[in-house]
Design a protein around this ligand. Structure first.
Ligand code: ADP
Length: 490
């Protein structure tokens, strides 16, 4: 299994004949030559500009994406044009038309970069850079930066829609600019906040500061049986307290148990402490009290083995998918845990096939539908074959069909599962037991039918009886036999 290895489509036209590495080297050479031409020699600069444009036309590079990319450089071109108008340099006569020469040079270089980026997608560029022996940390930084750019753009888009939907378009231009300036800080904070979740997702998949890039893999512990491979109870929590650095006490004396092959629903209003609890289960957060996973105490020494056994699927798949392609993302955890690369390759292909993701394995996350992203996020965890799976709001934002498909997938999970959700119909369908949390405490726990059928209890904690329970009652049927049968205490 090799990161940065992919069979991606090559562009049309003559450039199809060139290998991405050759394409990249050729572009860099042309750029170097253009840069070496003295800016005063505007005629020569123009020849290069025309030459690059001609190459684009002959190679049948699609015009529209090139034009879009040229728009990015518009502010720079406007700046140069304004400078030309204000400073009125001497006409381009071959000796003193430096600014003209600079403008034409910039255009030629940018056109060259635009042609390269249209004909070679980012992933191909990474592969090419890797083949050119660019150091792995540089590739890692580039790939994360690439993903962050799209997260930033997605957040910016959401913010724009939110503003538009509240009449932001009708503000004066001046007020729009002031508003945009103020919101930029908000936007950056949101992206940074997202960064925290991504980091949590990386930690929980075994990241320890070094990416397992191709060639740098050594076989490390490939199997983790833990101290209690056969234990019936896979997770035990006793007296867990946790406060955030700002002194918000998020968890107060939590006692919880999870048994092999059991599915437990964790429900409660917003701010109840569900996410905080979830992040304790593989040591991303560390509170006071006892947490034992497969007989191992959650401490520094066991962290690596525990993280391999407890897979957390975050609510927003964008937090879970941080590598350049689905395939790399799914391989991330197993490679971090030192599994054999050839074995990882087989496992990745197998899980992608099971989750119907083979067709999108070489796509980056931002080009997937939400349903595909959710399945990809699940794949990044299931590929490690964990003994405990934690799903945070698995059905949120999914359309009915995708929700149904996702529920069917969850039913196939053999591991003990904790589902954190407000979708009580989903909890009713999937869970054997339900734990109700509020204000950092466990308020109630018991068989699914018992908790989700208690109208007063649910109403008191800002929840309501799920439709499926109401319907079952109306039809005088029990609310489902298998899930309903509780197996133990909290
Ligand atoms: P839930 O997942 O049930 O909505 P959370 O675990 O997110 O609840 O939050 C539990 C409590 O912890 C809330 O009071 C929330 O405001 C607080 N909290 C969550 N994250 C932080 C944080 N990073 N810093 C301080 N307080 C936080």
């Amino acid at each position: 299994m090799d990161f940065w290895k992919s069979e991606v489509k090559t562009p049309g036209g003559l450039l199809r004949l060139l290998d991405p590495v050759a394409r990249m080297i050729a572009s860099l050479l042309v750029i170097a030559v253009i840069m070496a031409v003295p800016a005063a020699n505007w005629r020569m600069c123009s020849v290069f500009l025309l030459g690059v444009a001609l190459l684009g036309i002959v190679a049948k590079v699609p015009l529209k994406p090139v034009a879009v990319r040229l728009l990015y450089v518009l502010p720079l071109l406007v700046f140069i044009a304004v400078s030309l108008i204000i400073f009125k340099p001497a006409p381009p006569d071959g000796r003193s038309g430096v600014l003209w020469g600079l403008a034409i040079k910039t255009g030629a270089i940018y056109l060259c970069l635009a042609l390269l980026s249209v004909t070679t997608d980012f992933y191909q560029m990474l592969i090419a850079l890797k083949r050119l022996r660019v150091p792995a940390p540089v590739l890692t930084v580039l790939s994360f930066a690439y993903r962050y750019v799209f997260l930033f753009l997605a957040e910016a888009q959401r913010l724009r829609w939110a503003i538009q939907s509240r009449g932001g378009d009708s503000l004066t231009r001046r007020r729009q600019v002031v508003l945009a300036g103020g919101l930029m800080t908000h936007l950056l904070t949101r992206v940074l906040d997202r960064g925290d979740w991504i980091y949590a997702a990386m930690l929980s998949r075994g990241f320890e500061g070094r990416l397992p890039l191709a060639g740098s893999l050594e076989a490390r512990d490939s199997v983790c049986e833990g101290g209690a491979g056969m234990a019936e109870m896979v997770l035990e929590v006793k007296g867990l307290d946790f406060s955030y650095p700002d002194n918000t006490q998020a968890l107060r004396g939590i006692d919880f148990e999870l048994h092999e092959h059991e599915t437990v629903g964790l429900v409660g209003p917003n701010g109840a402490g569900k996410s905080t609890f979830m992040l304790h289960l593989n040591g991303v957060l560390r509170g006071d009290g006892l947490i034992r996973v497969l007989g191992m105490d959650v401490n520094r020494e066991n962290l690596r083995r525990i993280r391999k056994q407890v897979g957390i699927v975050f609510q927003d798949p964008n937090d879970q998918l941080f590598m350049p392609t689905v395939r790399d993302d799914v391989a991330f955890g197993p490679l971090c845990f030192g599994m054999d690369p050839a074995d990882v390759e087989l496992r990745v292909d197998e899980i992608l096939r099971k989750l119907d993701l083979t067709g999108v394995k070489n796509k980056p996350a931002h080009r997937l539908s939400l349903g595909e992203r959710k399945r990809a996020a699940l794949a990044t965890i299931l590929v490690m074959e964990p003994r405990i799976v934690v799903l945070d709001e698995p059905s949120v934002s999914l359309d009915p069909l995708s929700r149904r498909n996702f529920i069917d997938l969850v039913k196939e999970i053999a591991a003990a599962t904790v589902i954190v959700s407000h979708d009580l119909d989903l909890v009713n369908e999937l869970c054997h037991r339900v734990v109700l949390m509020e204000k950092g405490r466990i308020i109630a726990c018991g068989a699914t039918g018992e908790i989700l059928g208690d109208e007063d209890l649910l109403r008191m904690h800002q929840l309501e009886i799920p439709l499926s329970v109401k319907l079952a009652r109306a039809l005088s049927h029990p609310s489902g036999e298998e899930p309903g049968a509780g197996t133990g205490s909290c």
